[in-house]
Design a protein around this ligand. Structure first.
Ligand code: SF4
Length: 309
C-alpha cells in the first residue's frame, strides 16, 4: 500500500499531500460520521506501523512532481497511533521546508510522549465534536478507557506546550449537536483549549452510521459566532486545481489510493487529478465492475467510495 497520496484539496489545508501512517480504520474512536466506515481495529496501543525510510523515500518521489501547501499526516486511521510519528515528522523536516500538518482526533494527547512527538509539526488539527461525556460517547465512541475529561485535559495541556498552530475542527451532527445547548458546551470547552482557529464542519460524505445527517450551511453560519475566535465554516466543496498529473499517469491505483482515504465526487476527482471527466469516468466504471468502488448518494451528491472487503 502506498503511504503517500494526493494531492487532496480542502478548504482547511488547500493543496495537501497526504501521508498515511496506519492500516485502514485503525483508530482510537469509532465516530458515527466517519466517512471510512466502522472502525475495524479500535485500540489505544501505539505500534510501529510503517518503515520511516520507506515513507520518506516515497514522499521525496512525490515532491518531485507536486508542490503542495502542506504535507498532511492523515488518511485511513488515527496517525498518532503510529509510534514512529515523531520520527516521520523529523524525517519530513530534513527533506523539505513545506509545513507539516497533522489531522488527529486528539484522543491520545493525554499521553506526554504523543504530545512531544507532535511538537515538530507546524499545525495540529484536533477534533472536538462534543462538550460532555454523554455526547462524546454517542458521537465519537472512543476506546472505553478514555473519558471526556481525560480527552479534554489532554487538549488543554497540549495547547500549553505546543509552539505551533492549533486548528480545532468541530463537526456537528443533526439530532445530537444541532442545538444551542450542546454547541455552547462545545464552545466552552474550546475556549479552554484556546485554538488559533476553529473550523466548523458537518456531515457531507457517506457516514459510518447511515442515519447520521448534517446541518445546513446557514445553520453552521449561525452557530459560528458562539465560538471564540469565531468559527470558520468549512463547507466541503471541491477546489479546481491546475493540472496536477498527466493524463497518461492516471490509473486505477491512483483513484483507489484517493478513494480509500477520501470518498469523492467525480468533480473532486477530476479537480484533484487535473484530467478530463471522461478518463476518470472510464476508470471508475472498471473499478465499479470489479467491485472495488461503489457509488453512494448523500444529500443529492453522488460520491464514489472504496469498497473495503
Ligand atoms: S472520523 Fe477519524 S477519528 Fe473518527 S473513526 Fe474515522 S478515522 Fe477515527
Amino acid at each position: 500500500m502506498n503511504r503517500v497520496f494526493g494531492p487532496v484539496y480542502s478548504r482547511r489545508l488547500n493543496k495537501s499531500l497526504g501521508v498515511d501512517l496506519v492500516p485502514f480504520k485503525t483508530c482510537t474512536q469509532d465516530c458515527i460520521y466517519c466517512q471510512l466506515g466502522p472502525t475495524t481495529c479500535k485500540s489505544l496501543e501505539r505500534k510501529s506501523y510503517c518503515s520511516v525510510p520507506e515513507v520518506i523515500g516515497e514522499l521525496e518521489q512525490s515532491l518531485e512532481k507536486v508542490l503542495p501547501d502542506f504535507i498532511t499526516l492523515a488518511g485511513s486511521g488515527e496517525p498518532t497511533l503510529c509510534s514512529a510519528l515523531g520520527e516521520v515528522i523529523a524525517g519530513i523536516k530534513k527533506i523539505t521546508s513545506i509545513p507539516v500538518a497533522v489531522l488527529t482526533n486528539g484522543l491520545l494527547l493525554f499521553q506526554p510522549d504523543v504530545r512531544r512527538e507532535l511538537y515538530q509539526a507546524d499545525v495540529v488539527c484536533p477534533s472536538l465534536d462534543a462538550g460532555n461525556e454523554y455526547t462524546f460517547q454517542r458521537v465519537n465512541k472512543p476506546v472505553p478507557s478514555v473519558t471526556f475529561e481525560t480527552f479534554l485535559k489532554g487538549l488543554i495541556q497540549f495547547r500549553k506546550e505546543f509552539p505551533g498552530e492549533i486548528w480545532l475542527e468541530v463537526l456537528l451532527v443533526r439530532g445530537i449537536t444541532d442545538n444551542r445547548d450542546e454547541i455552547i458546551q462545545i464552545a466552552q470547552c474550546s475556549a479552554q483549549i484556546c485554538p488559533d482557529r476553529i473550523h466548523l464542519n458537518t456531515v457531507t460524505r457517506p457516514p459510518s452510521d447511515s442515519f447520521v445527517t448534517g446541518l445546513t450551511i446557514s445553520e453552521l453560519e449561525e452557530f459560528a459566532s458562539l465560538f471564540t475566535p469565531t468559527a470558520e465554516v468549512v463547507a466541503d466543496y471541491p477546489v479546481i486545481s491546475e493540472v496536477a498529473t498527466s493524463q497518461e499517469e492516471i490509473n486505477q491505483d491512483i483513484i483507489l489510493d484517493i478513494l480509500q482515504r477520501h470518498p469523492s465526487s467525480l468533480l473532486e476527482l477530476t479537480s484533484t487529478l487535473g484530467v478530463s471527466e471522461g478518463v476518470i469516468k472510464n476508470l471508475l466504471k472498471d473499478l465499479i465492475q470489479q467491485q472495488k468502488v461503489e457509488v453512494f448518494n448523500i444529500r443529492g451528491r453522488e460520491l464514489y467510495r472504496y469498497m473495503n472487503k
